[in-house]
Design a protein around this ligand. Sequence first.
Ligand code: FAD
Length: 464
Amino acid sequence: MSCVLLWFKNDLRLHDNESLQKAIASGKPILPVYCFDPQHYRQLDLGFPKADAVRLEFTKQCVTDLKINIQKIGGNLLIATGNSAKVISNLVKEYDCDEIFTEQEFATEEKDLISDLRKLLPVNCALNMTWGRTLYHIDDIPYKIPDIPLTSKAYRINTQKNTEVRKSLDTPNKIDVLNIPLDKWGKLPKNSELGLIEEKNYALTYMIGGESKALERLNNYLFETKQLTSYRWTRNRSLGLDYSSKFSPYLALGCLSPRTIYEAVREYEKTIKKNQSTWWIIFEMVWRDYFTFKLMRFQNQVYRTEGYSNKTKDFQNSKDLFQRWCEGRTGIPFVDAHMRQLNETGFMSNRGRVNSSSFLVYDYLIDWTWGAAYFESKLIDYDVASNWMNWHTQAYQIWYTNPVNQANKYKAQEFIRKWVPEIKHLSDRDILIPWESDVIEYPKPAEIFTKWSRAINKIKKELE
Ligand code: FAD
């Protein structure tokens, strides 16, 4: 009897997974596969890998958890390493699979990979793709992709008024997988097999990957601690875990379905509290959808320096300043604390992302695509649409964010003390303007801009 291949990519979950459901419904034995592709970890000309070890670590955790969860319902997951198109087509041939079930891709590089795969597949093997990454299904939104509005508001209002979120799909309790020898199920690759240097132990990773932890987090943030009630007022902070949901790493790898989050929030509104926070978190999820569809509209134009809007800026592109920004050595504590947190944990708050991107583009005059590539390398919640569209927005669509003022406004002293220990002994006032104190271990900023003067004076006046 022939079999079907179930190719997991960024949908590493059993709940609400249409590809999985369809594979089971085929009634044939299933070969579930995840492939680590060295292309994702290749070295970029900018001097760092496309995806770094911290992202790989998180992905390994997600894949391990998926394997365990499939085993719990009677199956297994084949873990392969290599060029995905070749690996998948070779498995199809080796095991005589006549259909592949997988999630539909929407960005250029990922779509190219699917085209490569098509060329390698036997003619009798069908490629069956499902859509699972957004809250609103791509077939249900009131727009064709070329007509996605240029403003999020136009998209959001019309979509929320005219579209229903589809009901999430159940988690299957049984799976029949292909009977293959135990040693054929593969194992996690070493970092070096993907071209990454085994230089760091991320034992202290901020979040642990996988569907199990994702569902735990959802339950914890909503029903156990009821943190969601205050989300609207805490979401701009940076210190700790609970000021925002931390769903993004799980959404990025598909450990958590947006529809499952939606249903949980609606349940929360019914049973615990409906307020501005519950409205706002759904609003953010709709933003995520909007960026996905907008990226689909503009495709490759998004990744260019001039962006999809053909804008220009007088970028100076100092390699030295870029290096200082990447390492968190700009001398601006609010930026450095966030960049160091990113380097250590693979996560940064939204406030940090807004400030560090704005600083790179407006103060260091560095091409925003360099910054976006650096975030892509490091963020455990890296998502092609959310990252590149947010960076594009920072570079061309919204105003400058003053990192000296923001550090004061968001009372970032404790956060700075955690990540920039060289200046932790300074007072609440001096730690926001450390260039005025004599601390030799911490770098002086390349420039103190006059546009910061008001913020600096305010800090001096208001704080001890
Ligand atoms: P919450 O505040 O709890 O929000 C809930 C969910 O809403 C998030 O998990 C996320 O899926 C979605 N969301 C919230 N804000 C945004 C937003 N601005 N754009 C799109 N979706 C949003 N988010 C990513 O998921 N991946 C990225 O690669 C990414 N890169 C970014 C780069 C820059 C320069 C900026 C300014 C923002 C970026 N964001 C990215 C958006 C945002 O910072 C993160 O989604 C958020 O900080 C994740 O934390 P959370 O899950 O606790 O968010």
